[in-house]
Design a protein around this ligand. Structure first.
Ligand SMILES: [Zn+2]
Length: 283
């Protein structure tokens, strides 16, 4: 069943775990996301970058995800990740996404608030959740770079949340998009202050670079969603290089992609296990 991110975050906060939000890069990967969710009995969020949204199309993404969610009986939030195009975000709401992110982190605070409110008003009317970002999370993701990261100011975050009433707040305290060769040095002091100041469920972006040892403290300090993109893409390419280079030309393309999908499923299961504080959850 397609559900809102808000619903999933409430469940996560109640049961003290973090929802894994996983980046889709192509259609082939999608069933493996559902197999992982089903086998771990855990709801997930599937997040769509601007690039993937344009590549597959909003309508097809919604229909594929809805079909699989019903077939596999898994609770899934379909989330439009980082986007600052108001018209496009509204199209995603109309198309059937259950959550959208307006990313105005690069804007002055008041402008970020003004535009976020516009999206919140539009999305909430249709029962769709909204995530926004305060402070700037650095790094590169799906070809989009943010050169200067900027830790979230707890007071600004509290003010932003009060003004916008978003369902989830992405915060910056040391994680980075695209980080997979090393681990992030997280500033737990900043996170703790944000947690004390803000009532909103908090979101960690750049989850690939986060150590499993840190997950427990993150959840204790309000992190309710962890975004995972880079490791799925890296793994898919790594496995694909192997299968494509070893294959004869008369092989079915399908046979070269199935091992990549299987690898992605394994990684998602591993992430979910850690985000669940090492326990299975009933769906
Ligand atoms: Zn992100």
């Amino acid at each position: 069943m397609l559900v809102t991110l808000k619903e999933l975050l409430e469940d996560a906060q109640k049961k003290k775990y973090a929802i894994g939000s996983f980046n889709l890069h192509n259609m082939e990967m999608l069933p493996s996301f559902f197999e992982a969710a089903k086998e771990t009995k855990t709801p997930i969020s599937i997040q769509i970058s601007n690039g993937t949204a344009k590549y597959i199309g909003l309508d097809l993404i919604v229909s594929m995800t809805r079909t699989l969610a019903e077939r596999e009986n898994v609770k899934v939030a379909l989330h439009l990740d980082h986007n600052s195009d108001l018209d496009f975000i509204k199209k995603a709401v109309d198309a059937g996404f259950t959550s959208v992110m307006f990313d105005g982190a690069h804007l002055p605070l008041e402008e970020n608030i003004r535009l976020t409110k516009d999206i919140v008003q539009y999305a909430h009317k249709q029962g769709v959740s909204v995530e926004a970002e305060v402070g700037a999370i650095g790094g590169t993701e799906d070809g989009v770079s943010v050169e200067h990261s900027n830790h979230t100011d707890p007071e600004e975050a509290a003010y932003f949340y009060k003004e916008t009433n978003v369902d989830a707040l992405a915060v910056s305290f040391g994680s980075a998009h695209g980080q997979y060769r090393s681990k992030a040095a997280l500033d737990f002091d900043v996170l703790h202050k944000i947690y004390e100041a803000v009532d909103a469920p908090l979101v960690l972006h750049g989850g690939t670079g986060v150590s499993y040892d840190d997950i427990g403290v993150l959840i204790e300090n309000g992190i309710s969603k962890i975004n995972i993109g880079t490791i799925l893409n890296v793994t898919y390419i790594e496995k694909g290089k192997e299968t494509f280079s070893e294959s004869s030309l008369d092989n079915s393309l399908r046979n070269l992609l199935i091992p990549c999908n299987d690898k992605v499923k394994e990684i998602i299961k591993e992430k979910i296990y850690h985000f669940n504080n090492n326990r299975a959850l009933a769906n």
